[in-house]
Structures are given as C-alpha cells and as structure tokens.
Design a protein around this ligand. Structure first.
Ligand code: KG4
Ligand code: ZN
Length: 365
C-alpha cells in the first residue's frame, strides 16, 4: 500500500498535477485510492481494497449484504487510503466515484459518500463508469498500455471487446450474448465443487492437469466462415459451454480430482481460445499494435499466455494487469476520474447510480 507505481517520474515539472480520491463500491469490494497525475500519466499514492468474504458462504454476491457491508466499511477504507497517501481529505482536488454499472444498492453507498465528502471539502465530484475504470487499470502499471489499442474486458459481470482509438473514444465491437467470462468460470467451478469466486480455482486445477484426457468442448460462437459484419463475428456466448460442462459432469459416475482437473482444463481451453480468436480479429481489423486486458479474468495466466502466443508473431504486445488491479479497485476509478476531470467533466450533486449504462464515449463501429 502506498507504493507509487506507474510513469509519474517522467512527468515534466511544469505540468500541473491533479490529485484524485477514487471510490469503488459497485460489487463486493469496498475500495478507495489516491492517484496523482495528469490526463496522460498517473501514479498510485495509496490503494485500499476490502473484499467482502462473507459472500463465499452463499456461493455468489448477495446484493443486500454487499450494500450493508459497504456502509460499514466505507469510512475506514477512505480514511486508510488518505492516511496511506499521507494527506487529509481537503488535500484532494476532486472525488471520483463509480456510479454505474453494478449493484444499485452497493453503488449508492459510494455515490452518497462521495457526494457528501465532495460537498464537505468543497471539491468537485466526478462520476466514473466502472468499465472505463477497467480500461485504465492496466496503464497504471504499464504506461505503454495507452491508446490506440484493442481492449478485452473480462470480468464477473461483463465481457466486451472494444477498439480504443483514444481515451474517451470507444468502438464497441462485441460482447457476450449471455454469461460473462468470469460468470462462466464461477458457474463451472460450482459444478466441479470448487469455492466462489471460481476463476482462480479453475486456473489452479487446470494447471495441475497434464492434459484434458482427450476431452474437448466446442468453441462457442467461433466458426471459420464468420466474416466481418456478421453479427457473431466479435460476439461471444458462454452459456452453451457451461451446459456442455454440466452434461460432462452428469455423464460421469464419479468425479475425482484427476477428472476435475481435466474438465477444468478443457473448459478453460475452449473459453480462452474463443476470447483469443475474437480479440485477434479485432487487432487485425483495426491494425492495432497493442492489446489491453482488463477485469478479473484478465489475470488468468492461460488467457495471457494464449493471447501473447497468438498475437506476438504479428507484432502486437499484450498488456495484462496484476491481480490487484485486474479485480475491482478504486485506483482504476481514480485514474479514469482523473481523465474525465482533466476533460472538464463535473458531476452534479444529483448524480445517480445505475445498474446498467453504456460506457461513455462510444463511437459507431
Ligand atoms: O473484475 P472483477 O473483480 O469483478 C467484476 O467486476 O465482476 O471480476 C471477478 C471475476 C470472477 O468471476 C472471478 O472468478 C474471475 O473474475 N477471476 C478469474 C481469475 N481471477 C478472478 N477468472 C479466471 N482466472 C482467474 N485467475
Ligand atoms: Zn469490475
């Protein structure tokens, strides 16, 4: 905590530095962070992430419990982030808060707190779209993960493929038609008797399997005859894959650790290959040299490895965030807020929370 990361050192002294306090409460992490920088580069001064472990008992996030837990932790989490940065609230230039998309009750805790704090310290409030936060996250660790690039955001709630022409100019190319990639990992983990959230457990047992024992699930929505312009050229769908895993599990008399590992590996291979191929299509279509991964699934080693193996020969570099910045965190919200703030954007105190909202800056495909 409090360790500066990023490209701040190279910033010219003449450029004014803005200090943003970011707040994130869209799902089951209460997080606050102080980020210093300009629209183009930023340094993390502090980052506090409090994960609500209670949801493990239920095998998924319980919205009402999430909201209540945010209410309990928001004050100490923000105080800790300010203390780690060595500042008091009045020393920030603006407060950035996630206001969409997510669980409305959970979002409202951060939004209400952010409004009250911004009002109390007489500083502007900036509303941040959670997915724009994920887009910026990787750049906090890898300054070269800057536009133009192809972005694949894969989290528990979202799976979208974007062409990022510039910060704030996003072409939505594809999305999931049903389950998000992380959701597929979580559901398959449940089928295999693994704890929630399932992604890291699937990755672990798949890595322990020597091979998939000849098991191969068909690649969802991936066919060679798909052409640019086809509705399913960039879209993905994972619910059929989940059903295929369910049928495989039901078809076996018993499930030992060995066969669990094989199923996990075959599932992960199918999901990863689908995401890699769809991303490769976007890289080729727009001639991009960089690919930025974001969201909780972005720290899956098999995904990163397959993405690099597929794209490196064509000259594209793949950037993936560390676990801490891949999963939900307020540093990415402060970073996106910094960009929006420098762009002159200010949220009114009437700022509301929305369970779904298009990412700002969408341009036509
Ligand atoms: O971005 P995130 O923290 O929250 C949302 O905004 O949804 O993503 C959480 C998701 C969960 O579904 C979790 O299972 C998945 O990310 N995840 C992983 C891995 N680590 C987290 N999936 C695959 N492999 C991982 N190593
Ligand atoms: Zn997220």
């Amino acid at each position: 905590m409090g360790t500066p990361v990023g490209a701040g050192g190279s910033r010219p002294h003449s450029q004014a530095v803005t200090r943003i306090l970011g707040i994130e409460t869209s799902c089951d992490e209460t997080s606050a962070s102080v980020v210093d920088g300009t629209a183009d580069s930023a340094v993390i001064r502090s980052l506090v992430i409090l994960s609500q472990d209670v949801h493990r008992i239920f095998g998924g996030v319980v919205p009402e419990i999430a909201s209540r837990a945010h209410v309990t932790s928001i004050v100490p989490v923000v105080e800790r982030a300010l203390a780690d940065a060595g500042i008091v609230a009045g020393e920030v230039d603006a407060v950035a808060v996630t206001h969409a998309p997510g669980l409305v009750g959970a979002l409202l805790v951060g939004v209400s707190f952010g409004k009250a704090l911004a009002h109390a310290i007489a500083r502007p409030l900036v509303g941040v779209h959670h997915l724009e936060g994920h887009l910026f996250a990787t750049s906090l660790e890898h300054p070269d993960a800057a536009p133009p690039f192809t972005a694949l955001l894969v989290s528990g709630g979202h799976t979208i493929l974007l062409d990022v022409e510039a910060w704030g100019r996003y072409r939505l190319l594809g999305r999931t038609r049903d389950d998000a990639a992380g959701e597929a990992f979580d559901k398959v983990a449940k089928l295999l008797g693994l704890p929630y959230p399932g992604g890291p457990h699937i990755e672990r047992i798949a890595a322990g399997a020597a091979d998939a024992g000849g098991l191969r699930f068909s690649r969802p929505m991936l066919r060679r005859d798909q052409r640019p312009g086809d509705a399913d050229y960039y879209d993905v769908s994972f619910s059929g894959l989940k059903t295929a895993v369910l049928n495989e599990v039901r078809g076996r008399e018993s499930l030992d650790d060995y066969s669990r590992g094989q199923i996990a590996l075959a599932f992960q291979d199918a999901l990863v290959e689908t995401l890699v191929e769809k991303t490769a299509r976007a890289v080729a279509a727009f001639g991009r040299e960089r690919v930025v991964l974001g969201g909780g699934v972005a720290c899956n080693g098999a995904l990163g490895f397959a993405m690099r193996s597929r794209l490196a020969p064509g000259g594209a570099t793949v950037y993936a965030p560390s676990v801490r910045l891949a999963t939900d965190n307020a540093a990415m919200i402060a970073r996106a807020g910094l960009y929006r703030f420098e762009n002159g954007e200010r949220a009114p105190l009437a700022l509301n929370a929305y369970s779904s909202l298009p990412i700002p800056g969408l341009i036509s495909a």
